[in-house]
Write a protein that binds this ligand. Structure first.
Ligand code: SF4
Ligand code: SF4
Length: 307
C-alpha cells in the first residue's frame, strides 16, 4: 500500500508521527505540509497543488481547514488514488457544504473512489474498502486486549487512535486495579492531550474531544468486560417512543455520530449500550418522562463485538 498524507498544524503533525512510528513509515510515499494560517476561502486553489505527486492508493488529509481541502479532488485526478480518509477534528474544519462539494468532485473523477470523513479519526472502523481497511487494522477506533487478575498485568493495543493516545493510555494503565481502569483511562486521555476541538459540534450536540474520549473508555470497558458507570433506561416506565418519538436516541451524541449507543429493543423500548455510553447525561435531560438515570454499579459487558 502507498499512502500520501496532507497535513496542517499540530494535529496533522501528531497524526503523521504516530502513523510513521507505529509501523506504517514504509507505506508513506509523500507528505505535503500546508500552512495552518491560510484563509478559510481561497480564490485560486491551483497554486496549492503539490508538484511531482507520486502514484498512491490511499490519501489521508489531516488538519486542513476550509477551502484548502479542495486540493483533494485535483490530487485524486493526478494520482489515481481511490481511497481517501479526511478525519474531522473540529466543527469549523470542513463545513458540510464543502464536504459535499469535495465528495461530489471526487466521485465525478471516478465513481470507484471511496471518501470518508470519520468524526473523530478515532471512530474509524473497517468499511469494506481494501486500503482504508488495511489502515484501519492498526489505526482508528481503539481496540484493546487486557490481561488482568485484580490488577492490569498487560495491555495489547490491537487498534489505536491515530493521534497515539491509545498507546500512551495503555502504558499508564499498567499495574492499576481493574476497578480504576475505566475512570483512569478518561484522566490519561485528557493528560495526553487529545487535540480534537473542545467546541460543541452542532451536528452531534457534544464536543469532538468528548466523542474521542468515549471511544477510548469503550475500548477499556469492552476489554475488561465490565463498566462501573452508565446511563440506563427503566424499561418498565419507558414509553417506547409513544409521545416522545425516542427523544433520548435522537439526542445522544454517539448516535448522531453513527453509533448504536441508544437502541430500540424488541418491545419497542429504548435501551442503552453500556460499553459505548459516554455518560454525558444528555439523554437524561431530553427524556420528557424522566426514565433514564445514571447507574453506578458493576454491569458486565458482552465480549468485544466491534469490528
Ligand atoms: S448518557 Fe445518554 S446521551 Fe450520553 S452517551 Fe450515554 S446514552 Fe448517549
Ligand atoms: S427513555 Fe424517555 S425519551 Fe427515550 S423512548 Fe423512553 S420515554 Fe421516550
Amino acid at each position: 500500500m502507498k499512502i500520501v498524507i496532507l497535513s496542517s498544524g499540530e494535529y496533522g503533525s501528531r497524526i503523521v508521527n504516530t502513523i510513521a512510528s507505529k509501523g506504517f513509515a514504509q507505506y508513506i510515499v509523500g507528505i505535503y505540509e500546508f500552512s495552518d494560517d491560510l484563509p478559510e476561502f481561497l480564490d485560486d486553489i491551483s497554486t496549492y497543488i503539490p508538484e511531482n505527486l507520486p502514484e498512491a492508493d490511499l490519501l489521508i488529509s489531516v488538519g486542513l481547514f476550509g477551502d484548502i481541502n479542495l486540493v483533494i479532488p485535483e490530487i485524486i485526478y493526478q494520482t489515481g488514488i481511490k481511497s481517501i480518509i479526511v478525519p474531522i477534528h473540529d466543527p469549523k474544519q470542513i463545513p458540510v457544504g464543502l464536504q459535499n462539494e469535495i465528495e461530489s468532485m471526487v466521485k465525478n473523477i471516478s465513481s470507484e473512489v471511496k471518501i470518508i470523513f470519520p468524526k473523530p479519526f478515532c471512530s474509524l472502523i473497517p468499511n469494506g474498502d481494501e486500503f482504508i481497511d488495511q489502515f484501519a487494522e492498526v489505526f482508528g477506533k481503539p481496540k484493546l486486549e487486557i490481561d488482568a487478575d485484580n490488577r492490569i498485568n498487560g495491555i495489547n493495543v490491537i487498534r489505536g487512535a491515530p493521534c497515539g493516545s491509545t498507546w500512551y493510555i495503555a502504558q499508564k494503565l499498567m499495574g492499576l486495579p481493574i476497578e480504576e481502569a475505566e475512570f483512569e483511562s478518561g484522566n490519561k486521555f485528557h493528560n495526553y492531550p487529545c487535540l480534537a476541538s473542545m467546541s460543541t459540534d452542532p451536528m452531534v450536540g457534544d464536543t469532538i474531544m468528548h466523542l474521542a474520549g468515549y471511544k477510548t473508555k469503550e475500548a477499556v470497558k469492552r476489554a475488561l468486560g465490565f463498566t462501573l458507570k452508565t446511563a440506563i433506561v427503566d424499561s418498565e416506565v419507558c414509553l417506547g417512543g409513544k409521545d416522545c418519538d425516542y427523544l433520548c436516541r435522537a439526542a445522544c451524541p454517539n448516535v448522531k455520530a453513527g453509533d448504536e449507543t441508544v437502541f430500540v429493543d424488541n418491545d419497542g423500548k429504548a435501551g442503552i449500550d453500556p460499553a459505548s455510553c459516554g455518560v454525558c447525561e444528555i439523554c437524561i435531560k431530553e427524556c420528557p418522562y424522566g426514565v433514564i438515570e445514571i447507574y453506578e454499579e458493576k454491569i458486565n459487558i458482552k465480549p468485544d463485538s466491534i469490528k
